[in-house]
Design a protein around this ligand. Structure first.
Ligand code: SAM
Length: 232
């Protein structure tokens, strides 16, 4: 690896490297992938599709997608996450899920290009320079016309509103950290992680070869983007 390349493991968020946190992650996240699966099926995902989940975590989406698709590659930079995911794949007896220890900036896709890339709440671990590189790498592993479905914490406001928006967001945090994120954890996200403003993120997607087909925000922070890789 080049000497100036970002160390993704070091930027993964220390909690994601901690097996105890990973063991409680699903309860904390409370993530139901049904809406994403339905949205992707509407965009053509089906039994022939090859799906790559980047920053797959414990694999809630990847495992559910495997029931509908030809092959799922679940990629994560945290050994604790991939260990948990491999164990779940084994317990479920799924033979079409490949778990890969790699990051946005190192995953090397083999075989035919992917039809779908899914990534949820992981890209904000990279600063913007690297985030754009990651998006460019995603475009290169998707077939032309392939779909990117992305969730992340993306700030849908202008800097002059940031103080009010972040404090309103933090006030909506939970008191029990086992079932969600507390105000202190949300504050730590704002301070120490790399959420981008939406009006910059839209340009990054465009410059890296994606057309945005849908975008929505919850509480001006939780973004869902559906994009297609441009054909030209
Ligand atoms: C908040 S969790 C989300 C997990 C899963 N996508 C979900 O929605 O439940 C963030 C995940 O991103 C992973 N991650 C952080 N930096 C990464 C990187 N550079 N490349 C790939 N995965 C990364 C972490 O290890 C962690 O599993």
């Amino acid at each position: 690896m080049k000497g100036w390349w970002l160390d993704e493991h070091r930027h993964a968020g220390p909690e994601h490297l901690d097996p105890i946190y990973v063991a409680g992650y699903d309860k904390k996240a409370g993530f139901d992938p049904a809406e994403d699966l339905e949205a992707l099926q509407d965009k053509g995902m089906g039994s022939d599709s090859i799906v790559v989940d980047l920053g797959a975590g414990t694999g809630t989406f990847a495992l559910a997608a495997a029931r509908l698709c030809r092959r799922v590659v679940a990629v994560d930079v945290s050994p604790a996450m991939t260990a948990s995911l491999r164990q779940r794949v084994e317990v479920l007896g799924l033979d079409n899920v490949t778990v890969v220890d790699a990051g946005f900036l190192t995953y090397e896709h083999r075989g035919v290009p992917a039809d779908v890339i899914f990534t949820r709440n992981a890209l904000h671990h990279l600063p913007d320079f690297w985030k754009a590189m990651a998006l460019s790498r995603m475009a290169s592993l998707l077939r032309p016309g392939g779909v990117l479905r992305l969730h992340d914490l993306v700030f849908d406001f202008v800097p002059s509103d940031a103080e009010e928006r972040i404090e309103t967001w933090m006030a909506g945090g939970v008191s029990d950290p086992t079932v969600g994120w507390t105000p202190a954890e949300l504050g730590e996200h704002a301070r120490g992680e790399f959420s981008t403003y939406s009006w910059l993120f839209d340009v990054m997607l465009d410059r890296t070869g994606f057309d945005i087909t849908d975008r929505s925000f919850r509480r001006a922070v939780y973004a869902t983007y559906t994009c297609r890789r441009r054909t030209t």
